[in-house]
Design a protein around this ligand. Structure first.
Ligand code: NDP
Length: 442
């Protein structure tokens, strides 16, 4: 059942999320990244909406060509080049991997080759920038708004296709979820793991590529633009490139682990993931770099070191917490967490076909400090990206505001789901680990 609040949020997001993205990018393009100046201009009558719209770059053949090539290239890397990285990189889990058990009791297989796709793409990017010179490394920045229209088209096409597919030819009908509410189903998705053929998995592809592979390229394009405009790349731009680069690389290094996260394990594939991965992620997660093109902040050494430390400590907490859970679940608790055998709560749940399964909730390591300390680390890292931009404007801080809302909402959503999955066992767990994000506070 869809409650009125969820429905109102869904309709709000469907209507306004594309406008929010447009507003942010337009404010950089026309107002030097000021979020208030466009509103002031409109309220004072200095400008009409049509003036802003008329100044906005339109869809171009060039952008359509770049975008089509980009997505097609990522499809080729995903579908046609099986992973070879796991054969020679020690400790890397690539190649064919299994996902979690779906509510209908299915275990999907995935070809994990994201790291390889990322490496090949970046080698080609640098080869072009330093050797071949087929195109300027500022190409992404230079076509940013025309590319936004292309990303939107893909986002809507994919979400609409997923909706039709869910109704008429689902990959696994037993894993479909219908609420009967069109808007909710469109946004939150019907199919759990839509696929074309055996290997083209919508969630894995759209979550990781083209959006997350593009993330580091977009930042590199911004750095190249700074170099072109000012003759140098600022230390803040380098910080943003490095910290976000670590986050992206971590994502691909742990792509197999990602199969066990909420996006793949619990969310259905609809507009939220389809459009979100095509538009929201590449455009709004890269706002810091975009801002620094317009405002090239040069940080003092101590500030730069402080921000770097915050980012690295946040990353360490994020990664260690996620790793602890992954290790614990993979070994079924037969491992060491901080040198000791982990403590846990035994729990059970039923799948839709009535089969009983058993699971464990760890109460050791960071999982004993708070129920989502991985989110806390993620938020620290996110804050570091924003701080690198100084305090001149609100725009670069959108990311930490958004991530705080996203992760708190996600935390509550996940706990709601875990409560209905594990029942009284979940209550025993929350009694043992009473805080969500910050021990003693929340
Ligand atoms: P988690 O990795 O925290 O996974 C939550 C699930 O883990 C629960 O549903 C439950 O699943 C299981 N679980 C919960 N508590 C325990 C425990 N004590 N012991 C063992 N298993 C437990 O959440 P996410 O998938 O949301 O996040 C993964 C990472 O991705 C996080 O670090 C987050 O910060 C990051 N992230 C980043 C986003 C971004 O946009 N940058 C967006 C979302 C996430 P089960 O049913 O298996 O028991």
């Amino acid at each position: 059942e869809v409650d009125w609040f969820s429905l109102a949020s869904v309709i709000f997001l469907l209507m306004f999320a594309p406008l929010i993205v447009y507003y942010f990018i337009m404010s950089c393009d026309q107002y030097q990244c000021s979020l208030t100046d466009p509103v002031i201009d409109l309220l004072m009558g200095n400008k009409h909406l049509s003036d802003i719209w008329n100044k906005t770059p339109t869809l171009t053949y060039r952008a359509a060509g770049i975008y089509t090539f980009w997505v097609a290239f990522q499809v080729v890397l995903y579908v046609f080049i099986p992973d070879f990285c796991h054969k020679f990189i020690p400790g890397y889990a690539g190649g064919v991997q299994e996902g979690a058990v779906t509510p209908a009791g299915v275990v999907n297989k995935y070809e994990i080759n994201g790291l390889q796709a990322w490496i090949i793409t970046h080698i080609l990017w640098f080869a072009n920038a330093y050797y071949f010179h087929w195109f300027s490394p500022t190409i992404i920045f230079d076509n940013w708004i025309p590319l936004l229209w292309c990303a939107n088209i893909l986002g809507y096409v994919v979400s609409t296709f997923a909706m039709i597919k869910g109704h008429f030819f689902p990959t696994n009908a037993k894993d479909c979820k219908f609420t009967g509410n069109f808007f909710y189903d469109y946004m939150m998705g019907i199919e759990f793991n839509p696929r074309i053929g055996k290997w083209f998995d919508f969630k894995l592809f759209f979550n990781g590529r083209p959006g997350i592979v593009a993330w580091t390229l977009i930042n590199l394009s911004y750095a190249a633009k700074q170099q072109e405009l000012y003759g140098q790349v600022t230390n803040s731009m380098i910080l943003v490139n490095v910290l976000q680069g670590i986050y992206v690389l971590d994502f691909f290094w742990n792509e197999a682990w990602y199969l066990k996260t909420i996006d793949i394990c619990h969310d259905h594939f609809g507009w939220y993931l389809g459009w979100g991965d095509c538009v929201w992620l590449p455009y709004l997660y890269t706002l810091q770099g975009l801002y620094l093109v317009y405002h090239p902040v040069q940080l003092g050494t101590s500030n730069a070191i402080g921000i770097l430390m915050l980012g690295l400590i946040g990353y360490y907490i994020f990664r260690t917490t996620n790793h602890q859970k992954d290790l614990f679940r993979r070994t079924n608790g037969n491992c060491k967490i901080w040198g000791k055998k982990p403590e846990y709560i035994e729990c059970s749940y039923m799948s839709v076909d009535g089969t009983k399964y058993y699971s464990k909730l760890m109460t050791s390591g960071f999982w004993g400090w708070a129920r989502h300390f991985n989110y806390t680390g993620d938020l620290m890292g996110s804050l570091a990206y924003c701080l690198a931009c100084g305090f001149g404007h609100l725009l670069p801080y959108f990311y930490i505001i958004y991530m705080t809302i996203l992760l708190i909402h996600r935390c509550i959503r996940d706990e709601h789901r875990c409560l209905s999955k594990y029942g009284k066992d979940w209550k025993r767990y929350t009694a043992a680990v009473p805080y969500r994000l910050i021990p003693g506070i929340f």
